[in-house]
Design a protein around this ligand. Structure first.
Ligand code: DX5
Ligand code: ZN
Length: 220
């Protein structure tokens, strides 16, 4: 299977989200950044808007919850129509229970690590997860510079997934562009979030194709 490109709408026109999502028909998922102004210093949208977005498109939604108390709120995003829900381990009180609740609600369970959060303590948790997100910027804003320091962690995580024979997908988010996607693919990423790279392009869907081609070539 090839890599997946999941554009973030954080840099899209929030006044026209339905139309903005219609510009990326070849996206594997639409990455929806939910921010609560507490876990990160930025505020976006909540479950009501996400539900409206889910109704407006056939592309599955990939919610990235940058919020406090995901234990309480994450299952709501499955009910809102998200196919995949990512919570941050730094904010979760009971990540195993939470991952199981997301799966029980019918969603794919995913957990995110900030750039400075080590992966090793969570090795035994990987079978509970459909996807693990390694942030390649500090979460909160689009358009930040890609952090190369995360690449060794990505390689170690890929080795862990292989060692245990797991299906857990590895996602990268932050600063992914035509300049950086090959590094991430070579290090073992499967799923690539790209926000400003896609939505600052004149043709966002053509940018998805260009990113996919580079990523697939680097993975092969
Ligand atoms: C940042 C968000 C990202 C963001 C990525 O906290 O999680 O999804 O939209 O934007 P770019 O691709 O511009 O770094
Ligand atoms: Zn994100």
């Amino acid at each position: 299977m090839g890599i997946q490109i999941t554009p973030s709408i954080l840099n899209a026109d929030f006044a026209n989200l339905g139309a903005e999502v219609a510009r990326i028909p070849s996206a594997d998922m639409v990455h929806v950044d939910v921010m609560d102004n507490h876990f990160v210093p930025n505020l976006t949208f909540g479950p009501t808007m996400v539900e409206a977005l889910a109704r407006s498109t056939n592309i599955p939604l990939d919610a990235h919850l940058m919020i406090e108390d995901p234990d309480r709120h994450a299952p709501t995003y499955v009910e809102a129509g998200c196919a995949s829900v990512t919570f941050h381990v730094e904010a979760a009180r009971a990540p195993v229970r939470l991952a199981r609740e997301i799966r029980a609600a019918g969603g794919r369970a995913s957990m995110a690590l900030r750039p400075a959060t080590p992966v090793e303590p969570y090795e035994d948790l990987l079978p509970e997860l459909d996807m693990l997100l390694l942030m390649t910027v500090e979460p909160g804003f689009g358009g930040q510079k890609f952090l190369d320091m995360v690449l060794p962690k990505l390689r170690r995580t890929r080795a862990m997934v292989e060692r245990h024979g797991l299906q857990t997908l590895l996602q990268v988010d932050g600063g992914v562009s035509l300049e950086t996607i090959e590094r991430c693919a070579e290090a073992g990423a499967d799923v690539f979030v790209a926000g400003s790279a896609v939505y600052s392009a004149a043709d966002p869907d053509a940018m998805i194709a260009a990113l996919r081609e580079k990523g697939d070539a680097a993975r092969a």
